[in-house]
Every structure is written in C-alpha cells, then in structure tokens.
Ligand binder design. Structure first.
Ligand SMILES: NC(=O)c1ccc[n+]([C@@H]2O[C@H](COP(=O)([O-])OP(=O)(O)OC[C@H]3O[C@@H](n4cnc5c(N)ncnc54)[C@H](OP(=O)(O)O)[C@@H]3O)[C@@H](O)[C@H]2O)c1
Length: 302
C-alpha cells in the first residue's frame, strides 16, 4: 500500500485519501479503540481527518479530540479539517428555533474556538465553510478568516458545496487563497461533473475533495433504478478486474477523474479504509469508466 500525497497549497499537503468523521458517533469505539484506528490510518498514509462542528449533533470533534489526551504527539502527524456555518437545531442550543446557516464573523470565530477546544488542539489545518449561505456577507466571512489566520488558529481556508461563482465571490474578498471545494462525487452523484464545478476547479488548479464516494453506503443497498444499474455495472467491472468488492472500483472511478479528486471516505473499518488506499493503484480503462458513467446516466453518451 502506498499513499499519494496532494499539495492543496504551497504549505498544505494532505493525503490522497482522507478519512471522514461524520459517522464517528456511530462507530461505538472506546477512546483506546479510536486511537488504534487512527494510528492504523496514519500507518497507511491516511493523515487527513475531515470533521465538522455539527457532526454527531456537535459530538464527533470532541470524541476525536480525546485521543490526544492518550497520545498528544499524534497531532503533528495529521492534518485536521473542520467546517462551520450550519446552525443545527440541537438540545445544545435550546434558544435556536430553526435550522439555518450563519457565515458571519461572530459565528465563524465562536465556532472555531469551540472546535479547537473539542479537538484539543491549538490550530486547525483547514477550515471550510460548510455550505453556501444565501445571506453570506463575504466581507464578514473573509474578515473572520483573516483574524483566525493572524491568530494562528486556522492555517488554511476553503469551502464546501459551493458553485464556481460562489467560490470566486468569496475568494475575491479574502486576501489569501481558498484551497479546496469539498463536493459530493460518486458514480451515483454526477452533479459536479455536469454543472461545470469540476471544470472550474481544474481551470483554477484547485484540487477538489469528494464526499460520500460510496453514496453514503447506498450503492450497497440501492433504493432506485439508477442505484441498481450502477451497482450491477460496478460488480461487472469488479469481476473484470478480479477485485472482490465494488468499493475499490468506486474509489478508482472517482480517482480516475482528471480533476484529482481526494475521496473523503466514511468507513470506520480499518480493512475498508485500506481498500480505499489500495484503489489508488487501480487504473480504470476509459471503457470501464464510461460504462459506469453510462449506467448512472441510464443511457450511452450521445
Ligand atoms: N462537506 C459536506 O457537506 C459533507 C457531507 C457529507 C459527508 N461529508 C464528509 O464525507 C465523509 C464521507 O461521507 P460518507 O460517510 O457518506 O461516505 P461513504 O464512504 O460514501 O459512506 C460510508 C458508509 O458506507 C458504509 N460502507 C463502506 N463500505 C461498505 C461496504 N463494503 N458495504 C456496505 N457498507 C459500506 C460505511 O459503513 P462502515 O463504517 O461499516 O464501513 C458507512 O456507513 C464524511 O465522514 C464527512 O467527513 C462531507
């Protein structure tokens, strides 16, 4: 197994496969077991860990941060990503009456302060605005970025689920560079292959991160005709490649895109994470790639 690392900017290198922590609260791991899981990930070269303030109803960052009590030295071996900007309805915030977005200065600053505490660290490698906010005042968002950068609390900034125009708009207000857009990409979710987002990121030489590469596990239990078609084709290609599970084919399909997508994988199982890393070595032919694409579209390309 050998990892391919990716430079998101001059001084930010992440692993070519990133570990997502959205589902960490469902993994049912003791602190020691999680520490072992993270150490095994680091040993395979997966050094980038993707969080958000809201994951697990605001609990996942804290669960993860506890591994640094057991082993403080681990922090400098990894890159921590977290996100902000979504305000969930939660018993933690009883005064809140409606789920909404807030990408203003005050919320970003307080969200990061809380993430730093939860993650038991004094810096975040990369902070992402989780979703485009129709009420975003980009000057206010950029001012928060600049403040957090000056204070050494966040080293790099990016966005998630943004359109190219939203990306450029925020970028034009921020004095530094935005380093990625984290978007949903899988053989089931073709949106960003079709709406110009991946083309924009390639034009700008910005590496995307791709969330839910397995469509959140749904490709294993397809709920509709598209999912069934894709699963059948993935199994066929897995057979051709002599691969025992379609997950590797899915990762290889995402990795084959020239934008250089960094899959953010959601599994909590070491063996399955290792399979994602293994997929870096699987070159799909154009016909294999297009076969899966056509299965998702429901027809051959015109
Ligand atoms: N920016 C955003 O808006 C956004 C949104 C959603 C997610 N994300 C990020 O993306 C990460 C990944 O998302 P995701 O969890 O939806 O990713 P995913 O990798 O598409 O799905 C993971 C799910 O698939 C299951 N799975 C994996 N291998 C399987 C197999 N062989 N058979 C059956 N089930 C299998 C996993 O269960 P096991 O644990 O049992 O393997 C897990 O429940 C998140 O953790 C988060 O960091 C970002």
């Amino acid at each position: 197994m050998s990892m391919v690392n990716v430079k998101l900017s001059e001084d930010l290198t992440v692993s070519g496969i990133a570990q997502g922590l959205w589902r960490l609260d469902q993994w049912d791991m003791s602190d020691r077991k999680l520490l072992k899981y993270v150490e095994e990930a680091l040993d395979m070269g997966v050094t980038t860990f993707d969080h958000a303030d809201i994951y697990g109803d605001y609990t996942c960052e804290q669960l993860f941060g506890r591994i640094f009590t057991l082993k403080p030295g681990l922090r400098k071996r990894m890159q921590l990503i977290t996100k902000c900007g979504i305000k969930l309805l939660s018993p933690k915030y009883p005064q809140r009456k409606l789920k909404h977005y807030d990408t203003g200065y005050d919320h970003i600053i307080s969200s990061v302060e809380q993430s730093l505490k939860n993650l038991q660290t004094d810096y975040i490698d990369l902070l992402l605005v989780h979703r485009p906010d129709p009420l975003m005042d980009p000057a206010s968002t950029a001012k928060a970025f600049e403040r957090l950068f000056r204070d050494g609390k966040v080293l790099h900034f990016g966005v998630s689920n943004f359109t190219p125009l939203q990306y450029q708009m925020l970028s034009s207000y921020y004095s530094g560079d935005l380093v990625t857009n984290q978007i949903e990409v899988s053989p089931y979710q073709l949106e960003h292959l079709e709406n110009g987002n991946l083309d924009f990121l390639m034009k700008e030489r910005i590496r995307p991160m791709g969330w839910s590469p397995l469509a959140g596990g749904n490709l294993y239990q397809p709920a509709d005709a598209r999912g069934l078609r894709v699963k059948q084709k993935l199994e066929e290609v897995a057979g051709q490649l002599g691969v025992d599970d379609m997950d590797k084919v899915i990762y290889a399909w995402v990795l084959r895109h020239p934008a250089g997508i960094i899959p953010v994988v959601g599994t909590g199982k070491t063996g399955r994470l290792a399979r994602a890393v293994d997929a870096l070595k699987i070159p799909l032919t154009r016909e294999q790639w297009f076969g899966i694409y056509a299965a998702s579209l429901g027809h051959d390309v015109p």
